[in-house]
Design a binder for this molecule. Structure first.
Ligand code: THU
Length: 193
């Protein structure tokens, strides 16, 4: 068993499908769609049976494209100070993908993360409903995770969408935004006073 990988608890949905547990799966699908090796696993192996993706969650070619677009965006990163390139790809409810990279500045605090670049691009083109975001970095041993500011920026557009956190080899885990930012403050809260 890989460290940090927990097995599904065997729960079944009413339809008899394994209950999908976000974040508890490490998928060893590379962005090219080829099976990739995860430490201690053979090519094509999985820790568990393939989960059934909930409705609205990207799958198949669309998911592979989203993952690939996040990796491609990483190549545009402007990060001469941190030398830590990040790419993000945002899937709208209508199926369009907007990508972004981190953009740093000699005035360090003005730097913008890849996730926010992608969101700003999508919003400025008229999209406000999102299904998923994939994030890519060069880290080989760790899944890239969004910073707190980006989580809050994502949360503005709902808590019920998926964030694909990848490693450089294309393996990924999926988290609901609700999991990444529990007990969050959002636009609805402003109406409660
Ligand atoms: N960065 C991102 O763009 N996204 C993340 O998820 C983490 C960090 C950027 C910000 C900065 O340009 C560099 O990575 C180092 O923090």
């Amino acid at each position: 068993m890989l460290p940090g990988v927990r097995p599904l608890n065997g729960a079944l949905s009413r339809q008899g499908q394994p209950v999908y547990s976000p974040g508890e799966e490490i998928f060893n699908r590379g962005v090219s769609g080829q099976g990739r090796q995860v430490a201690g696993m053979e090519e094509g192996d999985r820790q568990h049976p393939a989960p059934t993706a909930p409705p609205g969650r990207p799958h198949g070619e669309k998911l592979q494209l989203l993952l690939r677009r996040s990796q491609e965006a990483k190549h545009s990163a402007y990060c001469p100070y941190s030398r830590f390139p990040v790419g993000a790809a945002l899937l709208t409810a209508g199926g369009e993908i907007f990508s972004g990279c981190n953009v740093e500045n000699a005035c360090y605090s003005l730097g913008v993360c890849a996730e926010r670049t992608a969101i700003l691009k999508a919003i400025s083109e008229g999209h406000t409903s999102f299904r998923a975001m994939a994030i890519a970095s060069d880290m080989g041993d760790n899944f890239i995770v969004p910073c707190g500011a980006c989580r809050q920026m994502m949360r503005e557009f709902g808590t019920d969408w998926d964030i694909y956190l990848t490693k450089a080899d294309g393996t990924y885990i999926v988290k609901r935004l609700e999991e990444l930012l529990p007990l969050s403050f959002g636009p609805e809260d402003l109406k409660k006073v």
